[in-house]
Write a protein that binds this ligand. Structure first.
Ligand SMILES: [Zn+2]
Length: 404
């Protein structure tokens, strides 16, 4: 059996990154073009187009695609797509760009020239409509809504030629993987069914349990880490990586699990984002996506299982990649093992459940965390990180005070 097909009618990966002489020439040309600056979210989306993670789209989307996706989950050619992938700019900038003109897309944080785009369309959107459809809310407190509402007034659309993958290949060497690389990795292992596990955190026993359920069903599991920008208080990628590596080395059968990373920012769009997660995992070669409780959620905006239910509401043939729906998992003292809401008949007092905040507090104060919650090899790495943190934070604050 072969891996799942890439998304789209052609069933073929469409990376938009240029290579060799073509890349060199386009980089030269880009220097002569008007710049359009991209936010971190837009840059992440662009790199995904570059590596083929967003196959089959060919650039930032136009109005009809935007509308079709908001209202009916599909592009004008009928291809299923759950979240509009758009680029915005100020009205002033948009006015200075002519239709048909080529522009250079620059990452606003690094200043790096990331792509060129032929502007085919300039349009304004109803941002509130997009937020209500995509996030289910227009509450400005929602971090995804805040980003849409802060966008420029005009969207620019057109095909892109990608020039760079930015900081990712260097900063995450050995982890950052293009879809063609993950597919080769799976094929080399002889896998045809692969479950993706989405994470931006270290893995505790509940996550180990989820992935091991998936290993019973599929040939292997792909731990797919989000490498986009982290919020303050999140664990840095290298610490997370060490903790995950230690867990895998000690508790998994060799060649049942592999780790990779992708360049997107979180949108926190809950159910719609779960669909996008499944869509691009299909491009990376995964037949399944593990969808647990409150996948890609934030705060109380979504019901705990909305991200599972939405897969029943889309057409059967929308995606080849299917969800592996698993209930909330934890250690239960009465079951004397890992369990879920679906399998454990006991009450919440019998279950070991720690919030992220409580865990951080315990680790930073050197308090002992139960090995029923997390493996000792993982806890050791995390507590070393947290206990060294106070000092690092102070150093940072000091530098900041000096204006460094
Ligand atoms: Zn129980």
């Amino acid at each position: 059996m072969a891996l799942v097909n890439p998304h789209g009618k052609e069933k073929k990966l469409k990376p938009l990154l240029l290579e060799g002489d073509e890349l060199k020439e386009e980089k030269e040309r880009a220097r002569t073009l008007t710049d359009v600056r991209m936010t971190s979210r837009e840059t992440g989306d662009l790199i995904m187009m570059g590596i083929g993670g967003f196959t089959p789209i060919e650039g930032f989307m136009g109005y009809e695609d935007w509308k079709g996706i908001c209202d009916e989950y599909k592009m004008t050619d009928g291809t299923f797509w759950p979240i509009p992938i758009t680029l915005s700019t100020t009205k002033g900038n948009a006015d200075s760009i002519k239709i048909g003109e080529d522009v250079a897309l620059v990452d606003e944080e690094s200043g790096e020239m990331m792509a060129t785009m032929t502007v085919k369309e300039k349009y304004t959107i109803d941002k509130v409509h997009e937020c209500k459809k995509v996030f289910g809310t227009d509450d400005i407190e929602h971090p995804g809504v805040a980003k849409v509402m802060a966008q420029g007034e005009v969207n620019l659309a057109g095909p892109v030629k990608v020039l760079s993958e930015g900081r990712f290949p260097e900063e995450y060497k050995g982890v950052y993987m293009r879809p063609e690389e993950s597919r080769k990795n799976f094929e080399d292992k002889g896998w045809s069914t692969v479950a993706a596990f989405q994470t931006r955190n270290p893995m505790h026993r509940s996550h180990e349990y989820l992935t091991k359920i998936a290993i019973e069903i599929c040939d292997g599991v792909y731990i797919h880490m989000l490498l986009g920008k982290l919020k303050a208080g999140d664990i840095p990628a290298n610490v997370r990586q060490n903790a995950i590596d230690a867990l895998i080395e000690n508790y998994y059968v060799k060649d049942t699990i592999t780790v990779g990373g992708y360049p997107l920012d979180m949108r926190y769009a809950g159910p719609r984002e779960a669909l996008l997660h499944a869509l691009f995992r299909q491009n990376f070669g995964c037949s399944h996506l593990i969808v647990g409780r409150d996948h890609a959620g934030v705060g109380d905006y979504y019901g705990p299982f909305d991200a599972q239910k939405i897969f029943d509401e889309i057409p059967e043939d929308a995606l080849e990649t299917k969800p592996l729906k698993i209930d909330w998992t934890f250690y239960c003292y009465k079951c004397d093992g890992m369990a879920s809401m679906k399998t454990c008949p006991h009450s919440k007092e019998d279950r070991l459940i720690l919030s992220g905040t409580k865990l951080r507090k315990m680790l930073s104060e050197g308090e002992e965390v139960s090995d029923k919650f997390s493996r000792p090899v993982v806890l050791k790495i995390l507590s070393e990180y947290y206990q060294g943190l106070t000092e690092k934070v102070e150093i940072k604050m000091h530098k900041y005070a000096e204006g460094a």
